[in-house]
Design a protein around this ligand. Structure first.
Ligand code: PEP
Ligand code: MG
Length: 751
């Protein structure tokens, strides 16, 4: 190495003293680039820091380049010389600046003046920190010795630069927090209802900082011992066990196993052993936890297996808990109590956690919301609204927010007139208590016709003592919920436990199990669905089950076993042909045969039916009525597929019309076919939850309605106030229309 290069290393060593001294971090970085440029006889030298949250390199310090470019030049990993150097963790040297596909110029930095580049990654182990680059003009090419010298420099500087980076990130985080935003145009935001009800409470934004920013917010000067780490592990374990017990108490589903994998990792000696080793080598315990987290993340993220990639989330949650407990900042669960939580998106398991913590409402600001979060919110009685306004995430904690989830409205700091209106509604809610009495009475129309009122179950907590006397059976159990709110596919045994609990709770009343209905917008966090251009028309629902026969068979076996000695029904979602129904039914027959050969109690004669939710089945309705034991009509999907309107797309929501003449006539055809075949047809989609459609449905000939628990009393009241003669007249009028306009004229504001 040339003497000048050796001198550079010595000078860099001196910089250490500067860093621990009093100069600002910006001035410190500036000193480095000046020193390196001068020793390497480079016209320009720059330092880019890597932002893990955006996967970008950001220019933080430079000589020989336009100072205005600092903070504004951002380079994606794998882009340009710097991006390649860091992604591939190697030196990148280019002595022409032209004709190289990885060369990317940033004219705003004045880089076109230089044609010789050398970029070296700044890293500590496998941790990416940034890139240092030097540039020269003319034929002052960089050679092997320059590469060696700059490499030695960056490795010496890496720990210091990493500290600088953490400090800068902390500063940026604080700046962001203190930034004021104007709420004038945010006083009223129109969104989409996801779960009904209303709430007027202080808000809290749930936004998880990326792990490195989170750690940067902790005091690096606070030094911990191995004993502190040990105590924090014990505390973390008992916290997790307590949370698990709380969820279990609130919701009896196997859903509560959401903490199982956290506990498993915590008990893994490999995990805690690695942390202990680093601590014994002198590392501060929070840093040691972070270091081991990074190692796991690197391994898991690189895995082909989506189930393993998903584990990064668990490791991250766990490491945060351990670090928080060390700083004695236990995740204060009361933070969310009584609050309206504003979040970009939530997984079903997040919502479960928040419900246990007693939140009052939810506002979600991203389109990345599945209909299951809405359905789950309903089961948990949490009003929820989906809005397309990311600015809501900037609202200061404690801002009073009113959400009217019936209409999808969100008010920020609402006026007294608006809050007054909602308090009136609160009083009206008390009247609903009187409905308990109504729920006990038989469900008959004004002219004495008995209607079978059934219950939709998403979570076992939907079944309560008040509800059971009011219903004839569970008309729809969405079995995907135990799948959705967990971290992995539940085993046959785990499914059996949940299903059997429901059967027992129903005390002899039938349960209609719908087999797994995932895909479309119902995504399992732990299963990597292949990207599809039209997921609603893709590998959804029964197609998924028929494609993954092992998962399907496991579920059917669990259902049959759960139904031992009790009345039960099985139905398949999204059936599009008679062939598909027969194939699915064959799976049930196959499982019955299999179970018969084993010494396990099970139900060998379930009623087997299907969901009518695809228009092709309406065209084949008489033929399928001859095959199936019963129908269940999923109006949400039937409307979506009949009218070609994505049920989750806000932009076409005005076209999602249950009273479209084509939908109404399809429903009439289904009712007629079922009645002539002598089988029951239950409406279980959202149309049955709406008082407005009940007369039409009864008038068509439907005698079975399956509704969500919160709508039971309202629907029952409408049934008792309607006579079949009246209903038939209403239905006949509606069925005689040809256009949406006509139908709106007939029914006016009743719909
Ligand atoms: C429906 O489509 O109406 C239905 C009941 O099923 P889900 O809403 O679960 O798709
Ligand atoms: Mg459906």
């Amino acid at each position: 190495m040339e003497t000048d290069h050796i001198q550079m290393l010595l000078d860099i060593g001196e910089l250490n003293n500067l860093f621990t001294g009093s100069i600002s971090i910006e001035a410190f970085l500036q000193k480095i680039v000046e020193l390196v440029a001068s020793h390497m006889k480079a016209q320009a030298c720059s330092i880019y820091l890597y932002d893990e949250s955006t996967d970008e390199l950001v220019l933080k310090s430079a000589v020989g380049l336009d100072p205005g470019a600092i903070d504004s030049i951002k380079i994606k990993l794998g882009e340009g010389l710097m991006g390649h150097a860091l992604q591939e963790m190697r030196a990148v040297c280019e002595n022409t600046g032209e004709g190289n596909s990885i060369s990317k110029f940033y004219p705003e930095a004045g880089e076109e003046l230089y044609n010789c580049y050398l970029a070296i990654p700044i890293a500590r182990g496998s941790t990416k920190i940034g890139v240092m680059a030097v540039q020269r003009g003319g034929d002052n090419y960089f050679g092997e010795r320059d590469v060696m010298a700059l490499r030695a420099t960056t490795s010496q500087l890496a720990p210091m630069i990493e500290n600088v980076k953490l400090l800068m990130l902390r500063q940026e985080g604080e700046d962001k927090k203190s930034r004021q935003i104007s709420f004038e145009d945010l006083r009223f935001v129109k969104g989409k209802p996801a779960s009904s009800g209303y709430a007027y409470e202080p808000s809290v934004v749930l936004q998880r900082d990326p792990m490195h920013i989170y750690l940067a917010s902790k005091n690096p000067e606070q030094i911990f011992t191995i004993d502190d780490f040990q105590l924090s592990l014990q505390k973390t374990e008992s916290d997790l066990e307590r949370l698990q017990a709380q969820v279990e108490l609130a919701l009896s589903d196997a859903a509560s196993l959401i903490f199982a994998s956290h506990l498993l990792i915590l008990k893994d000696r490999g995990f805690t052993g690695k942390i202990r080793l680093l601590i014994s080598e002198g590392m501060n315990p929070p840093q040691a936890v972070m270091e081991v987290y990074r190692g796991y993340r690197e391994i898991f993220q690189g895995s082909e297996n989506p189930l393993i990639r998903e584990k990064v989330q668990d490791i991250e949650d766990l490491c945060r808990r351990i670090i928080d407990n060390m700083y004695r900042e236990p995740d204060d669960e009361s933070v969310y109590q009584g609050k309206i939580v504003i979040a970009r998106e939530l997984y079903p398991s997040d919502l479960l956690m928040l419900s246990v913590q007693g939140i009052s409402g939810v506002v979600l600001t991203s389109g990345g919301v599945t209909s299951h979060v809405g359905i789950l919110a309903r089961s948990l009685h949490i009003p929820a609204v989906i809005v397309d306004k990311a600015e809501l995430l900037e609202i200061p904690e404690g801002t009073k927010v009113l959400i009217d989830a019936d209409l999808g409205n969100v008010y920020i700091n609402p006026s007294p007139e608006i809050t007054g209106k909602f308090h009136e509604r609160e009083r009206a809610k008390d009247d609903l208590l009187e409905m308990t009495d109504l729920l006990r009475r038989p469900t008959v129309t004004k002219d004495g016709v008995t209607i079978r009122l059934k219950l939709n179950v998403n979570l076992l907590s939907d079944v309560s003592d008040e509800v059971i006397p009011a219903i004839t059976e569970v008309g729809l159990y969405r079995t995907e919920f135990p799948f959705l709110i967990r971290n992995g596919f539940p085993s046959e045994e785990e499914q059996y436990i949940v299903y059997r609990k429901l059967v027992d709770m129903m005390q002899g009343k039938a349960v209609t199990f719908r087999t797994l209905d995932i895909g479309g917008d119902k995504i399992l966090s732990y299963y990597q669905f292949d990207r599809e251009d039209n997921p609603f028309l893709g590998m959804r629902s029964i197609r998924f089950s028929l494609f993954h026969e092992d998962i399907f068979a496991q579920q059917v076996r669990a259902i049959l076993r759960a139904g031992a000695g009790a009345p039960m029904k099985i139905m398949f979602p999204m059936i599009s042909s008679i062939d598909e129904f027969l194939k699915s039914r064959d799976m049930v027959y196959r499982c019955i045969k299999e179970l018969a050969g084993q010494n396990i109690p099970f139900n060998d004669s379930p009623e087997i039916g299907l969901m009518i939710e695809i228009p092709s089945m309406v065209n084949l309705i008489d033929d399928i009525a001859a095959e199936a034991d019963f129908f269940s009509i999923g109006t949400n999907d039937l409307i979506q597929y009949t009218l070609a309107v994505d049920r989750t797309n806000e932009r076409v929501a005005h076209l999602f019309l249950p009273h479209h003449p084509a939908v109404l006539r399809s429903l009439k055809m289904i009712a007629d076919a079922a009645n002539s075949a002598g089988i029951h047809a239950t409406i279980c989609g959202d149309m049955a939850n709406s008082e407005r459609y009940v007369p039409f449905l009864l008038g068509c000939g439907f005698r079975d309605l399956s509704v969500d628990a919160i709508y039971l009393s309202r629907i029952k009241r409408v049934i008792t106030e309607t006579s079949i003669a009246q209903a038939e007249e209403i239905a006949a009028n509606m069925l005689a229309t040809k256009t949406v306009e006509e139908i709106t004229a007939i029914i006016g504001n009743r719909i």
